[in-house]
Design a protein around this ligand. Structure first.
Ligand SMILES: CC(=O)N[C@H]1[C@@H](OP(=O)(O)OP(=O)(O)OC[C@H]2O[C@@H](n3ccc(=O)[nH]c3=O)[C@H](O)[C@@H]2O)O[C@H](CO)[C@@H](O)[C@@H]1O[C@H](C)C(=O)N[C@@H](C)C(=O)N[C@H](CCC(=O)O)C(=O)O
Ligand SMILES: Nc1ncnc2c1ncn2[C@@H]1O[C@H](COP(=O)(O)OP(=O)(O)OP(=O)(O)O)[C@@H](O)[C@H]1O
Length: 506
């Protein structure tokens, strides 16, 4: 791609040294990924300063180097006179805008829906993708569960847990457009907003779910966290807002000036879309939907009141994007939810197993309240401490579950460089009755899943929660493949063959 740097004011370059006309093959923020024709943007992070890797990027073939450190930029501009160097005020902002220029503003050729909130982003993006696909708009999603084009999963190695860095993001828009997709629903995390990964994008619709304390290891205060999330609504043409969220719903409504739709589960509220009279059935949920001054009884294959709220946000999005209400209502019975979010597995030995990503105390409490609506004998719940996340949250997970389940297995997700036992003990420190015989420590997620299954009998409900249901566990810097579903399958296969052997021997 030929780019004349001086033709793009959005790049906000302070000083340019060398030829402003560059022929770029890629935009990278990691020197190790630089190759012939790359633009290398120096980002200073927690552990490294990208400026220290300019030499490596140059040796790998980078033709454009950008950074905030004037001394370093000048020094290396002298060492590599054939390359173009730019001094910028904000490297991450430059990274985002250069990615946009490099991909020829591909995001503007698609409908973009950004979803933010502490809980529900993955679910809402899945509902938006599914609803829009049923409504005949080929739609994709980008988020924690990977990249799903309308036709299925894209093989793409994510470098961040949820929201991709700008160069990956715009590359993905291009891939998805090539797949024929016209809409992308994406999770926009607070970290991504602060790190300007989505800078320069004006979302067609921004969706808000809710806010409760999270990522304080990154934002330090709740106020900072909230401010980060609010920024999404300064880069959106239209908004869908949860009126029931006391944390930031009112702030968005007060400041947003474009088209806005509110939703609520409170019949008395004056939200634009309201769900009430919610009933749980074995195959999904029915509720009364009030929208555009009329009421309808609808049914969707989803579980949990909060997922009804999540669905309302997808309905609001479809309305804002111009779809007719009759078509939306016809589509609701075909909605598909995401993997590992209130995912009910019923095929195992007359037990129900629910996989759910709940990894905040609020999410866990909400989940337990909802699963109790399903028929069951005993309730067995596995919670975990996430080694690579906020330590303060761990005991709060124990507080959130204490007294609400018959058996609690306490395990660990992504131990990272921590000792798994240390994490398990830290979670357990949050129980008032730490020595209860109904608390079962398990030093790995695999052992936790197996312990929960071994504790169960027919008719029981087993709920496996937290940060890694399928995918990989991060252990000492390495990704170790993990799948709850495979472990469950294996367990019941063995149980079945054991029973068959016992039967044959008898
Ligand atoms: C904690 C955090 O903010 N990490 C981000 C940060 O990494 P860092 O500060 O450790 O970077 P660093 O290792 O110090 O390196 C600084 C720079 O030098 C570069 N470098 C480094 C070494 C080298 O040899 N050459 C080189 O060029 C690095 O590529 C980087 O650009 O800067 C990197 C580059 O921008 C990010 O990719 C990285 O996100 C990592 C992958 C991450 O896991 N972030 C999490 C916190 C995150 O973003 N989570 C959110 C929310 C998840 C949720 O939904 O709950 C998400 O959206 O994924
Ligand atoms: N609207 C909601 N309100 C409260 N809790 C919710 C809501 N939606 C989902 N949850 C709970 O939060 C968990 C995480 O849901 P989901 O993955 O959709 O959220 P997320 O925002 O994408 O989280 P993460 O970014 O950590 O992946 C769910 O498993 C469920 O327990």
């Amino acid at each position: 791609m030929n780019i004349c740097l001086s033709n793009h004011p959005s790049l906000t370059i302070i000083q340019l040294i060398g030829n402003p006309n560059v022929h770029l093959s890629s935009v990278v923020y990691d020197s190790r990924k630089a190759c012939a024709g790359s633009a290398f943007v120096c980002v200073s992070g927690e552990n490294h300063d990208g400026h220290h890797y300019i030499e490596q990027a140059a040796e790998n073939g980078a033709v454009l180097i950008a950074g905030e450190n004037e001394l370093m930029i000048r020094k290396f501009a002298e060492s590599y006179p054939a390359l173009t160097f730019v001094l910028v005020k904000d490297a991450r902002l430059f990274l985002a805008h250069l990615s946009i220029v490099f991909h020829d503003r591909i995001h503007e050729k698609m409908t973009t829906v950004g979803v933010t909130g502490t809980n529900g982003k993955t679910t809402v993006t899945a509902y938006v993708r599914s609803l829009m696909n049923v409504l005949n708009t080929p739609s994709a999603l980008i988020g924690t569960n990977g990249i799903l084009a309308s036709k299925g999963k894209l093989a793409f190695e994510q470098t961040t847990p949820t929201t991709p860095e700008a160069p990956d993001l715009h590359h993905l828009f291009e891939l998805l457009k090539r797949e024929g997709d016209q809409l992308v629903a994406m999770e926009v995390s607070s970290v991504a907003i602060e790190q300007k990964r989505t800078a320069g994008i004006e979302f067609d619709v921004a969706i808000h779910t809710n806010i409760s304390p999270e990522h304080l290891e990154f934002h330090h205060t709740f106020e900072n966290y909230k401010k980060a999330k609010l920024k999404l609504f300064q880069q959106a043409k239209a908004a869908v807002v949860n009126r029931d969220d006391e944390g930031m719903g009112a702030d968005i409504i007060q400041h947003f000036s474009g088209p806005l739709i509110t939703y609520s589960l409170d019949k008395q509220s004056n939200a634009d879309i309201i769900a009430s009279n919610i009933k749980t059935h074995s195959d999904g949920t029915s509720f009364e939907l009030r929208i555009q001054h009329k009421s309808y009884i609808v049914r969707a294959p989803i579980f949990g009141d909060y997922n009804v709220a999540n669905l309302l946000s997808a309905i609001g999005t479809a309305v804002l994007l111009g779809h007719s209400l009759p078509n939306i209502l016809l589509a609701l019975p075909f909605i598909e939810g995401p993997e590992g979010r209130f995912e009910v597995l019923q095929q195992y030995g007359r037990r129900s197993i629910i996989l759910d990503y709940a990894h905040t105390p609020v999410a866990l409490s909400n989940l337990i309240e909802q699963v109790k609506k399903l028929p069951h004998n005993r309730l067995i719940v596995m919670i975990t401490g996430i080694g690579i996340r906020d330590r303060d949250k761990m005991p709060k997970m124990a507080e959130a579950i204490e007294g609400k389940a018959d058996e609690v297995v306490v395990s660990v997700d992504h131990p990272g460089y921590n000792e798994p036992e240390d994490i398990v003990n830290h979670v357990i420190s949050g129980f008032k009755n730490k020595l209860s015989p109904h608390i079962h420590p398990a030093p790995s997620r695999r052992e936790g899943v197996l312990a929960a299954l071994a504790l169960s009998r027919e008719g029981d409900l087993i709920v496996l929660t937290s940060g890694c249901i399928n995918g990989a566990q991060i252990i000492k810097g390495k990704k170790v493949p993990h799948s709850d579903k495979d472990i469950i399958h294996e367990y019941f296969d063995k149980l079945q063959s054991g029973m068959e052997r016992d039967y044959a021997e008898a």
